[in-house]
Design a protein around this ligand. Structure first.
Ligand code: ADP
Ligand code: GLC
Length: 487
């Protein structure tokens, strides 16, 4: 039997991306299809989604829902892999310019509960027959945006629909999609679902909790994060529920789409290169220094950051260590957007160290590739990190990742300690304690290793030889689905 799965998510690369969620939803379905699982995706009908699909055609009229009238389901195709994507058309909800979640003043849209309830509800409608030509065996919801899908599946089952199992993947427990209890009535769920054993969370409605409660299985994006979220310290208030579901939780490490993130095929970098022929890499470094207004110097150790600028990412700690980089003759380039205070901090650092620190505020896919290719070290000093993709991209392109030992960062980078160097295990720099001494220690180790040319080269070679292809993750997801296919 061919297993059919419907992914429900808010973002999918290259249609729409604000972070790693999009990279995952763009890469996992084609990897699953390669292995014989038939994967489709349902997305909200944001303008960029509609613009990026080919062969869009109507599938069903879903009527009025959540205050949106004339909701329609359409189906299109995303090339080059030919993934079939369902689009929930509700222009009243989704046809807004800019960020998919925030208004022009960077505040969450007031109707986000209804906008994303509709996504979960539409996924459940597809699973229960809205498309006469296709039905999934499993609905796979991603993050709080699709967190109500498992709840609607249960509600529909109560109304007589046949059971469809669901899985929820937690990409980030910090974003829970909580709304005032007074909104519950608008969600079209049975009244008794507003309960501790249901969608209620400390007097609020929580979309993520709904997913964690009603889905048959829970996955998260690295084995270490799967353990961390079951602790009080890192469970964001949901550790109790997660502990009761411990046997249903699996940590599956994200992968890298090497058709996009590989220096041998990357059209957006200054010069392609490979592990065997690395000479293009220094051209990428020179081009990056030029583009960002840094002093042209091949010997300066160049640290790169590509990141959302949020508390999670630990960039306040990096700011405290900028003098330690600059005093040692290093350079820093940052691409990011987010919290105004961090944006200002970055701008101030650049102003204080012209030629040595450069910052670009904004979201720029092409520049992100240039930074990964042109840097010597890519920094991800996150407070917490469910998986993290930039350190994986760094491993593929040859800058060594410098990371805090947490979540997926701990699972993917091996520190250049003497013993790890001796045993040929090291792939980067890892610090344990989240404080200035911790990050500065790792920065000093990176300068020390750079001073030992032969060893640096050996570590880069080992880093570039790591394989984080999506096949492994796709196989692990198939194992999660397997026991749910019973009926
Ligand atoms: P998160 O999902 O928490 O933001 P990840 O490391 O999983 O972190 O994924 C981040 C993704 O978003 C990567 O593909 C990274 O290159 C990209 N990214 C983050 N910030 C920017 C930016 N300012 N411009 C371009 N790409 C960015
Ligand atoms: C989240 C996490 C990040 C993860 C990404 C994709 O945004 O913050 O660690 O890599 O989702 O799963």
């Amino acid at each position: 039997m061919t297993v059919c799965v419907l992914h429900a998510a808010a973002e999918m690369f290259p249609l729409l991306k604000t972070g790693g969620l999009a990279d995952v939803v763009g890469a996992l379905p084609p990897a699953q299809s390669q292995l014989g699982t038939h994967a489709r995706v349902v997305l909200p009908g944001f303008p960029a989604v509609i613009a990026g699909l080919t062969d869009l055609e109507p599938v069903a009229d879903l009527g009025a829902a959540f205050g949106a009238y004339n909701v329609r389901l359409e189906r299109g195709v995303l090339q080059p892999h030919g993934v079939v994507v369902y689009v929930v058309r509700a222009d009243q909800f989704y046809d807004r310019p800019g960020n998919p979640y925030l208004d022009a003043a960077h505040r969450p849209y007031a109707d986000n509960d209804r906008r994303f309830a509709l996504l979960g509800w539409a996924a459940a409608r597809i699973a229960t027959g809205a498309d006469p030509k296709w039905k999934p065996h499993i609905v796979h919801a991603h993050d709080w945006h699709a967190g109500l899908a498992p709840a609607y599946l249960r509600a529909f089952e109560r109304g007589g629909a046949s059971r469809v199992a669901s899985v929820i993947t937690v990409h980030n427990l910090a974003y829970q999609g909580t709304f005032p209890a007074s909104e519950f009535g608008a969600l079209q769920l049975p009244p008794d679902f507003y309960a501790v054993d249901g969608v209620e969370f400390y007097g609020l409605v929580s979309f993520l909790k709904a997913g964690l409660y009603y889905a048959e299985r829970i996955t998260t994006v690295s084995p270490t994060y799967a353990r961390e979220i079951q602790t009080q310290a890192q469970g964001a208030g949901l550790h109790g529920l997660l502990q009761t579901r411990t046997h249903d939780i699996t940590g599956i490490l994200n992968g890298v789409d090497y058709s996009i993130w590989s220096p041998s095929v990357d059209e957006s970098i200054a010069s392609k290169y490979t592990m065997a022929k690395p000479s293009g890499k220094s051209k990428c470094k020179a081009a990056l220094q030029e583009r960002m207004g840094l002093t042209r110097d091949d010997d300066a150790l160049l640290f790169g950051v590509v990141s959302r600028l949020t508390e999670q990412k630990g960039l306040d700690l990096l700011l405290s260590a900028v003098p330690d980089i600059v005093q040692r003759g290093g350079q820093l380039v940052v691409l990011g957007t987010g919290d105004p205070a961090l944006e200002t901090g970055m701008k101030n650092a650049a102003a204080a160290h012209p030629g040595a620190v450069a910052v670009e505020l904004g979201f720029d896919e092409t520049l992100s590739h240039s930074i990964i290719a042109g840097s010597d070290v890519v920094m991800v000093p996150s407070r917490f990190e469910p998986c993290g993709l930039t350190q994986l991209y760094a491993l593929a392109y040859g800058p060594l990742p410098l990371v805090h030992r947490v979540g997926g960062l701990a699972d993917t980078v091996v520190d250049c300690s003497l013993e790890n160097l001796a045993e040929e295990l090291a792939t980067g720099f890892v610090f344990d304690s989240f404080d200035r001494a911790g990050i500065v220690g790792a920065i000093r180790r990176s300068f020390a290793l750079k001073g030992r040319r032969t060893e640096w080269k050996a570590v880069v070679k080992r880093a570039m030889a790591q394989n984080f292809g999506w096949e492994t993750a796709a196989l692990s997801y198939a194992e999660v689905y397997q026991p749910l296919l019973g009926g």
